[in-house]
Design a protein around this ligand. Structure first.
Ligand code: ADP
Ligand code: MG
Length: 255
């Protein structure tokens, strides 16, 4: 049965989407069958993995709100083993529309069971909030991967995230685990970045991944070409880091 991992942090710009896209591609390159589900109305994971807007007939909004079958919203990518459920700007209304619906926290869980067996990994790229879309992801997933930017105030807001995880465990998903905490955008030339990594390791202990993602300009360029970093510049530091992360995720169980 596929391992379902939500990539979440209510802070924007911490590397959720970059990690979703590149972890998905690197896991696929390791022979895993991967489904990436874009849960953010910005649709950055969708375009970042190379899907043109024109290709999209149905998106995650239709699945969550209009009862379209998840299977019918799946698109194949250029990568053999990597599929995507896209998001478009239409998803921005979903939080409000879902609010009045029956079993609103379980919409994604109800549809995902039907295709779970077809994949080794299902990655959920969450929006930068702890609203209903993120709650749907947490209710569905086995574990949460938390990207944390290696900068001052890195720990800010993480208490709120941990409390939300506890509430979802209590009410909807008692076996929900933390997959790992990933330090992103580390500028290793400065002491500050390394200090922050040490501080977060101190706070979270061994759930912090050994792999740290460096700040790497190639990682920010690749999405505008609709390419994963391993295709855009396979020898870049960013590509090597996401390959290492994929191996680490494969080798470790959620805690
Ligand atoms: P989120 O999904 O959490 O909002 P993104 O993954 O979209 O964050 O990243 C925010 C911005 O930072 C994007 O422009 C992205 O290209 C850039 N970025 C992400 N990770 C890195 C990195 N390791 N090095 C350089 N730029 C990065
Ligand atoms: Mg994002």
């Amino acid at each position: 049965m596929g391992r379902v991992i939500a990539l979440a942090n209510q802070k924007g710009g911490v590397g959720k989407t970059t990690t979703s896209v590149n972890l998905a591609a690197s896991l696929a390159d390791l022979g895993q069958k991967v489904l990436l589900i874009d849960m953010d109305a910005q649709g950055n994971a969708t375009s970042g993995i190379g899907i043109d807007k024109g290709q999209i007939k149905q998106d995650i909004y239709d699945v969550l709100v209009n009862e379209v079958e998840l299977e019918d919203a799946i698109l194949h990518t250029k990568r053999d083993k990597l599929d995507v459920v896209p998001a478009t700007i239409r998803l921005s209304g979903a939080e409000i529309e879902l609010a009045s619906q029956f079993a609103r926290e379980k919409r994604l869980a109800d549809v995902l069971v039907l295709i779970r067996d077809e994949y080794d990994f299902i990655l959920l790229d969450c929006p930068p909030s702890l609203g209903l879309l993120t709650i749907n992801a947490f209710t569905t997933c086995d574990s949460i991967l938390i990207p944390v930017q290696s900068e001052y105030y890195a720990l800010e807001g993480l208490n709120q995230l941990v409390n939300t995880i506890k509430l979802v465990q209590k009410h909807f998903n008692p076996t929900l685990k933390i997959e790992g905490v990933l330090m992103t955008m580390l500028d290793s030339r400065t002491n500050l970045g390394n200090q922050v990594v040490a501080e977060v390791k101190n706070f979270f202990g061994d759930i912090v991944y050994q792999t740290v993602i460096p700040r790497n300009i190639k990682l920010s360029e690749a999405p505008s070409y609709g390419m994963a970093i391993v295709d855009y510049d396979p020898r870049s530091k960013g590509a090597l880091a996401y390959e290492a992360l994929a191996k680490e995720v494969l080798a470790t169980d959620a805690k």
